[in-house]
Design a protein around this ligand. Sequence first.
Ligand code: DC
Length: 223
Amino acid sequence: MADPRAVPVIAIDGPSASGKGTIAQRVAASLGFHYLDSGAIYRVAALAARRAGADLRDGEAVANLARRLPLAFAGERVFLAGDDVTDEIRSEAMSAAASVVAALPPVREALLERQRAFRESPGLVADGRDMASVVFPDAVLKVFLTASAEVRAERRYKQLMGKGLSVSLAAILQDLRTRDDRDTRRAVAPLRALTPEAVLDSEGRTIEEVVAIVLDRYRRALQ
Ligand code: DC
């Protein structure tokens, strides 16, 4: 088997709004590694299904679309069939739709190789729910980034308010709990920490502190 350190992967899994994306991108930038936002792939798959008028609960229909998903990343932008869908896939409606299609085993299977293709030299930081357990089981470092639902809801609330959107904190908290519940209970690749050592609680820590902890764990993992 190939040495997993030849093209090392850092897997950063965790629940919605745990700050995975920000942390993973900063860790990637600091190491000069590539970055995979696997959640964006599920979001684009959900959007493609919706645009095609497919039933979001029909695993085979959505998987067929997912298998030949005309998806492209360009810096921070995400494209579906050449269409910039970066903002559209972040809406609350698409967050819910992504969580629904992500629970379908044929869809997860259809997206597996596509995610693995992001593993390129000199290395990859991948964020999602099952990066450590399913997609990159040989990751050099596995981190499960978390914080309480209340803290995550508050962060999301401030983010949306900052964008000038009028939202209710209670509604965000409710949405997060519903999604956590669906992501945690699904039969395939449920959201969970692989080991207690993987857990990194971001509560009470700044982004810089969390990034420093991940980089420190990575250096130790390489020793
Ligand atoms: O990380 P995110 O919020 O962008 O993810 C969107 C949805 O996709 C979320 O409900 C969980 C799901 N997802 C998943 O099941 N597996 C992944 N590797 C990434 C995301």
